[in-house]
Design a protein. Structure first.
Length: 132
């Protein structure tokens, strides 16, 4: 603080290591850097009736909710103050445009829409249940 030094951490959304791989490498050059680029899935066109099945609020555990709404550029995932656009790669699977390795899969579809959503991220899966 006394020297007035700042740090800028660069992010690489296309890298296989996630958004902070370049920043981590700058802080620790001995760390291996994953240079593979995550492939971007093909976007498919879906009718509004299918897209609407994903709309709602999903909860993993109390305090861990995400809402999915319709925006001008596609479906919008909101988690706290953060938002990201998702695009469909099939009728049940969507990927984050900014980070293609983040995948949302919707299941247990009823007339009220998908009753569960599975988040696949960093090799792990988290099941969210529809609450609204």
């Amino acid at each position: 603080p006394g020297r007035r030094i700042g740090v800028v951490a660069l992010a690489d959304a296309a890298g296989g290591g996630g958004l902070d791989d370049i920043g981590r490498f700058v802080l620790d050059p001995q760390q291996e850097l994953d240079l593979k680029v995550a492939p971007r899935p093909k976007v498919v066109d879906l009718p509004d009736s299918i897209l609407s099945q994903a709309l709602g609020v999903y909860e993993y555990e109390p305090g861990d909710r995400m809402s999915i709404s319709r925006g001008a550029t596609g479906l919008i995932v909101t988690v706290g103050p953060s938002q990201l656009v998702i695009s469909p790669s099939s009728s049940t699977s969507y990927f984050a445009n900014a980070s293609p390795e983040l995948v949302l899969e919707f299941g247990d579809v009823t007339e009220d829409g998908a009753q569960k959503m599975t988040l696949h991220q960093d090799g792990k899966s988290y099941i969210y249940k529809r609450v609204e």
